[in-house]
Design a protein around this ligand. Structure first.
Ligand code: LLP
Length: 436
């Protein structure tokens, strides 16, 4: 049953308090404004326009630190694809994290950020010759190989002991959306543990004189809620370490740590992860009598998702079978509802009041361009209102497109009352520059 059916003519109000955990740390309601990183949302919208992606620097840094503090001795690698931006990569470098990149393009951003090559890992199920050459030229510390073709190609291109990890499919179901589940068989990533391909890949790497195997890697999926999924992955990976007969110094468990999107969603249990995963690894390695590898993790979403808020301007309200509230962005800045059925919270900035269920839609030429279905907004919502959508820091800037030749929004960093663009708004000039 939809919210609209449950609340035909609702008497409830929009909530005067912010939902726990969804918004950047310290976000508050002051008067009727929403203050993010010390800067009122109305000011941000007036100064930078809408749609506008706001990113709270302090929240990003705090989350990055939390990973390092919870996991001492573990190499924490920021998943650069979750928020590709040189300034964000710089914050990560300052916080002592490593960085993973999955293309020459992401590597170019890392270089622009001056990210230390010794802390860069390259990933991807397909790395083109250009990606591999860029990685070798820049001297990235480790490359995670994902196919036999790639092992041969990298072996031929590398000249001096390039360190590699082998991406393994451990056969672990992380209970997440099928499109972001990568630990199971029958998807494109990794070498299957069950089929013996992973063991074969380890041998093939060993045959390449220009490559040095330093570790094994797995990434069981994204928006993973349960520590038990990682424990299972560790057990299986430790079994492989024991059976491969080669010293494995590093075990990379990938990313995937969930972030809250809606009221009631919980944060990932990082302390539980630290305790249980290291415990499982200690136990398995002792059992198999193999040296303990150093752990790596690759969080993206859990660091940046809740640091981000997107501001939209309402352009039109249409009453039909339901109330459609149409905004000046949509699936070009947030395709996640269309791709994965993700639901978002929405808040009107500027007033509260008696609420009614509405569907917030975008400006694109598709019926599926829906940002949030059945959310409560003040009943008098009208054109010109400002809406704020939390939990939009991860995979929003990254997935944005120019669909309908709509220019991509800026990313505005806020911190201690100061706002500054770290990605500028795209212009029609930018669009035209590519056309021949
Ligand atoms: N490591 C590897 C090898 C990955 O492929 C990914 C994400 C991560 C780490 C980081 O995962 P995270 O901690 O952010 O969950 N576009 C989708 C998410 C795709 C994830 C791709 N790989 C979304 O918007 O939900």
């Amino acid at each position: 049953m939809t919210l609209a059916e449950l609340l035909p003519s609702t008497g409830c109000s929009t909530e005067p308090v912010l939902e726990d955990g969804l918004w950047p740390d310290g976000t508050r309601i002051a008067g009727q404004d929403l203050v993010i990183g010390g800067v009122p949302a109305t000011q941000l919208a007036a100064r930078f326009g809408t749609p506008c992606q706001v990113l709270d620097e302090r929240t990003v840094r705090t989350r990055a630190r939390a990973f390092r503090a919870a996991l001492p001795g573990v190499e924490v690698v920021f998943a650069g694809k979750s928020l590709p931006c040189p300034e964000v990569y710089r914050w990560m470098a300052q916080e002592g994290l490593s960085l993973d990149v999955s293309s020459a393009g992401e590597l170019a951003l890392a270089r622009a950020a001056g990210f230390p090559a010794a802390r860069i890992v390259m990933h991807g199920n397909v790395k083109t010759a250009e990606d591999l050459k860029a990685a070798l030229e820049h001297g990235v510390s480790r490359i995670v190989v994902d196919s036999f073709d790639e092992i041969a190609q990298l072996g031929a291109l590398a000249t001096r002991g390039q360190e590699v990890m082998v991406r393994v499919t451990p056969g672990v179901d992380a209970h997440t959306h099928a499109k972001i589940a990568t630990g199971v068989e029958d998807q494109k990533f990794g070498f299957s543990l069950a089929s013996g391909a992973a063991l074969e890949a380890i041998l093939r790497v060993a045959e390449q004189p220009s490559l040095t195997l330093v570790g094994l890697h797995c990434h069981i999926g994204s928006q993973v809620k349960h520590v038990a999924s990682y424990e299972e992955a560790v057990r299986r990976m430790a079994g492989l370490i024991a059976s491969c007969g080669t010293r494995i110094e590093q075990l990379d468990l990938g990313g995937g740590f969930c972030a809250p999107y809606l009221k009631g969603d919980t944060d990932f249990d990082l302390a539980g992860f630290a305790h249980r995963v290291q415990g499982a690894l200690n136990y398995e390695c002792a059992l198999h009598r193999v040296p303990l590898p150093r752990l790596l993790v690759e969080p993206g979403r859990a660091i940046v998702a809740n640091a981000g808020v997107t501001l939209y301007r309402v352009c039109a309200v249409k009453e039909s079978t339901r109330t459609f509230v149409a905004v000046d962005g949509g699936m070009s800045d947030n395709p996640r509802p269309a791709l994965y059925g993700v639901k978002y919270a929405v808040r009107l900035v500027g007033r509260g009041g008696k609420a009614k269920p509405v569907t917030v839609v975008g400006r694109h030429c598709e019926a599926g361009d829906v940002l949030a279905e059945d959310v409560l907004l003040p009943g008098d919502v009208h054109a010109g209102d400002l809406l704020a959508v939390p939990a939009t820091g991860a995979y929003h800037h990254a997935l944005a497109s120019n669909y309908n030749q709509v220019c991509r929004p800026p990313v505005i960093a806020v911190s201690d009352g100061v706002a500054r663009p770290i990605v500028r708004r795209e212009t029609e000039e930018d669009l035209l520059r590519r056309y021949v």
